[in-house]
Design a protein around this ligand. Sequence first.
Ligand SMILES: Nc1nc2c([nH]c(=O)n2[C@H]2C[C@H](O)[C@@H](COP(=O)(O)OP(=O)(O)OP(=O)(O)O)O2)c(=O)[nH]1
Ligand SMILES: [Mg+2]
Length: 318
Amino acid sequence: MNAIVKRRVHVAAAAIISADKKQVLIARRPSSFDQGGLWEFPGGKLAPYETGLEGLKRELHEELGVEISCAQPLIRVHHEYPDKRILLDVWQVHEFAGEPFGREGQAVRWVPMEDLASYPFPAANLPILRAVMLPTEYLITAEEDDEDVFIERLTRALDKDGVRLVQLRGKTLSGEEYVARARQALALCREYGARLLLNGEPALLEQVDADGIHLTSERLMQLDQRPVPMGKWLGASTHNAEQLDKAAALDCDLVTLSPLAPTPSHPDAILMGWHDFQQHVEHAGMPVFALGGMTRFHANRARAVGAQGIASIRDFWR
Ligand SMILES: Nc1nc2c([nH]c(=O)n2[C@H]2C[C@H](O)[C@@H](COP(=O)(O)OP(=O)(O)OP(=O)(O)O)O2)c(=O)[nH]1
Ligand SMILES: [Mg+2]
């Protein structure tokens, strides 16, 4: 049998975000191109001597006529197409000079974040869409018996800290108490335009129409197919490569990966360290939040090694 040696292609692409942070710029690949007719994040192949950021700057100038001075790493996706292996090295761009237009005759469009999923993109782009739509901070609520304190702290995090992604933990609550708490949390999250994931069984979504479910690593490993429909978000807690592979197999939308640093809740845990974390993130193929002793001050560090951002209980729950 002939072994096919696939080409390796390194592509730099940009999610260019509008000043009001509500829209993202996409372009349509001309029909004569590879993946033609599909929408994409503007960018292209690196020259052998270029870094990702250098290639990105050149491509955005060539394709859109805009000049960027800086960009933040968003996500790296390895994907195997029938004829090649590509690494999509995606950056987030907030500042640029010039008015973008299709310099190569391609259609270019600003689209609201929430409409992104309705455009046809190449197969490799699913994790990128997820990363573009998710924030950099993921709040996990603390165990809180007192309802008033819970409401006050969640409101504070949504209002003062601008948190837009929340996981409701409530291991010490009864089933009924958890559902009641989830309804309250959902109402608050809706008010602030934040997404709420329930830490528990997927069937909970039948009782509370939250945005999705966050699975424990134990529950994750017991499942053999994605337990929620595509319109809902599926998160999972992971600690190693085996769990990350499982999360990918279940087509999870996001994961937390821990523990990075010591926390009072898990004082004796064996820590992962940034080096191993980076290796795991590189091949995760989905947005990864660093967890365990993380504060917002670690967010840039986490992003620099490829993470979506940080997840934390303590840092947002005061
Ligand atoms: N730019 C971009 N390319 C993508 C995305 N998703 C995806 O699968 N790809 C694939 C399609 C292509 O095989 C490859 C990008 O190559 P390209 O055709 O844009 O390269 P280029 O701009 O350097 O163009 P060319 O000079 O080689 O024609 O990556 C995406 O969102 N943006
Ligand atoms: Mg291109």
